[in-house]
Design a protein around this ligand. Structure first.
Ligand SMILES: [Zn+2]
Ligand SMILES: [Zn+2]
Length: 295
């Protein structure tokens, strides 16, 4: 998994920070989160084709999280991308989605699949699970948890030692047990389990009880940190997080890497963020536009 940071501003963009947009490379798909204004251009500046997007997840319908949606939908249509583009958002936001999706005249040339969501499991297969969690904000918000499930993989050294290859490996995988050169071979004894990989997306929210289950044991959490502790009163009033609160959540929930974003325009110098969290949660990445985070 790889996360491309395409914008890190909250409501007001600055000279160096565009509104939100994040692209997650997930299996062979591109997953775009919260395309704010200017997202299409951020793709170009990052050197990424907008055509890579397979799914779009909207956390909520404040403008900094969705005003780039019409541009992205129209761009994907113009490019006539072969994939069906799936779009997910909190069900309460349907009127805003409807308005954005016909914001200007254009010719639909591709298929969009629309998924209004409530909290719960969004999709589950043998290899992954996507879950949505309700967060606490001035409008309904969903946070998203992407889990790559643990998989069995054959140990190549053991396969070589038993002189096992080609279709016989397929048989062992399918049946669990085979006889080979007079020996009984058991799938689990020749395999190991890859660890689960988890990415959590947490924008925008104040502190709430759904954050721990949303982020626990995650390899990477992208979390909003609109304010620093000095503006705690504003964070409480507008239901946002401070960098210090985000860092404490990460530390309390066995998160491996925390990535902060969605900064108020009042903070010109992001070194203030580095200083605010360095003693609370060491493995914090203060995101800048166009950073790439390996997960
Ligand atoms: Zn926002
Ligand atoms: Zn918001």
């Amino acid at each position: 998994m790889k996360l491309h940071i395409l914008g890190t501003a909250a409501q007001l963009p600055t000279r160096t920070r565009n509104q939100n947009a994040y692209l997650l490379e997930w299996f062979h798909e591109g997953i775009l989160f919260d395309p704010g204004e200017g997202t299409q251009r951020q793709f170009i500046l990052a050197g990424i084709s907008p055509g890579k997007v397979h799914r779009i997840f909207i956390s909520h319908f404040h403008g900094d999280h969705c005003l780039g949606l019409p541009g992205m939908m129209q761009r994907l249509s113009l490019m006539e991308v072969p994939q069906t583009v799936k779009i997910y958002f909190p069900v309460e936001g349907q009127p805003y989605f409807d308005a954005l999706s016909i914001a200007s005249k254009y010719t639909h040339r591709i298929k969009f699949e629309i998924h209004p969501l409530k909290a719960g499991i969004v999709e589950e297969t043998d290899t992954y699970r996507i879950e949505a969690f309700s967060l606490k904000h001035s409008t309904p918000v969903l946070g998203y948890r992407f889990v790559q499930k643990s998989q069995w993989r054959f140990n190549q050294t053991l396969l070589d030692a038993y002189d096992l290859d080609g279709p016989r490996v397929g048989e062992l995988e399918k049946n669990g047990v085979i006889m080979h050169h007079g020996k009984q071979l058991i799938r689990e004894k020749l395999s190991y389990q890859t660890p689960e990989k988890i990415f959590s997306y947490v924008l925008d929210t104040g502190m709430c009880e759904t954050i721990p289950p949303l982020i626990q044991d995650a390899d990477c959490v992208l979390m909003e940190a609109t304010y620093l502790h000095t503006e705690q009163a504003l964070a409480d009033e507008f239901m946002h997080m401070t960098a210090e609160q985000a860092a404490r959540y990460a530390g309390d929930n066995r998160v491996k890497k925390l990535v902060l974003t969605h900064y108020s325009e009042r903070y010109k110098d992001l070194n203030l963020y580095e200083k605010a969290v360095e003693k609370i949660f060491k493995n914090t990445h203060i995101a800048h536009d166009f950073d790439i985070v390996n997960i």
